[in-house]
Ligand binder design. Sequence first.
Ligand code: NAD
Length: 490
Amino acid sequence: MDGGWTPTEGRHHFIGNRWIAAQSGQSIDVVDPSFGAPFAKIARGNAADIDAAVRAARNAFGEFGNGDWGRFTATERGRLLLRLSARVTAQAEELARLESRTTGKPLKQGRADAGALARYFEYYGGAADKLHGETMPYSTGMTVLTIREPHGVTGHIIPWNYPMQIFGRSVGAALAAGNACVVKPAEDACLSLLRVAELAAEVGFPDGALNIVTGYGNEAGAALAAHGGIDHISFTGSPVTGTAVAQAAAKHHCPVTLELGGKSPQIVFADANLDEVVPVVVNAIVQNAGQTCSAGSRLLAERANYEELVARVGDVMSRLKVGPALADLDVGPLIRRSQLQRVWDYLSQAQVDRIPVAAQGHVVEDAPQTGFFQAPTLLRDVPPTHKLAQEEIFGPVLAAMPFDSEDDALRIANGTLYGLVAGVWTRDGARALRVARKVRSGQVFINNYGAGGGIELPFGGVKSSGYGREKGFEALLGFTTLKTIAIRHG
Ligand code: NAD
């Protein structure tokens, strides 16, 4: 392996287990959102860099899966992922600090994300050699079997909110299934992933099995989605960009998995145990400063306990402290100034439309003036059709609204374009299951809620939240294609 890399000099792509300078010769500043100031540089990748990475990956996979990486058996791939898991665990503190510095998340969340990354590699390492096809009855004198084969070269476009977790769930599964990967992480937060790629090379992943090209979405990202040498794309981010990625991929008939966020409801019936509900509801919206695709951003409460729930959630929220990532308070800054402005625009709209603020946390006094801090905010009596109850704000803003019956709750819960996760809170088991079956979302939690959690649990959306599933064993299936072999033997 060539060259070196430090968090402040991450100016190169990682292609074929080497640090390669951007062909444009240009770089992008990486801003620390806690201070609003640049502290590192990354390479500004373009179509030529993407092309070099795709060629490296194709070589590693080989023309018939016979390249240096393609030849690895499932067991060998699994062992390598387990080695990488151990290496990530050994470097967890370094990775957590990089993640927190670039994303702004409190250090405890950065540490949790490093742990999740190790766990993804462990899970998929263990699963690699449990993936197999079937035989099925057909005609007399014939045997038919199916084989699960890797797609070949997979593309991964990763957002800035959980770089390590989203890398783990998509790249971990793709490598376990035998694909070679080309990754385009988000320009705002990708230093941790460059370090992970280096660790992967150190534990023995062969040249080209895992390649990272950094850069802007409309340059490097668009080039990856449009590249004819990519056999599958996994995208997590905004609906608008997801549509662009799917359109570009469709031109070369490349399958796509899209995870596009949500406006996930917490549905709280009057019989729910509020002692259990309140801390989970608060955490589900303030974790990662609300910049979580599965954030529980709508609080639907049965009218009988609406006032009490709003008061208790508001009480917890008003005690939350917001400050720099490494100060490790309750909430960190938002990722960038434009994201902060986006949240302000929504809150200004609330003021114009006289939607009451029920409670707000506070930014600590010694937080840098230039950081992108937003106090967590609880809005009450939000009309279910208002944009604050319909659109993904991607900030620590919770919209509370009452409902009058089970059907009313379902109508409100299902009344957005999204369908990613839902929480149902009640002591009535039959009602919990009834609602869980009727709510339109990819995941439902009953009497708990896992914003972004659950490595083993298939995850993904319906409607504008996207399609395809990541996490769990299901993701492994998605990173394979099924071949049917029909043998006539008499
Ligand atoms: P985005 O969708 O534009 O970016 C996500 C990734 O896609 C990044 O790596 C980006 O570089 C890349 N990208 C951007 N344009 C591209 C293109 N034309 N072709 C290929 N790749 C491209 O998201 P954003 O602009 O960073 O954030 C905007 C909004 O998206 C947020 O406010 C939030 O609502 C939503 N979002 C959702 C998630 C999620 O987890 N679902 C993650 C990030 C952002």
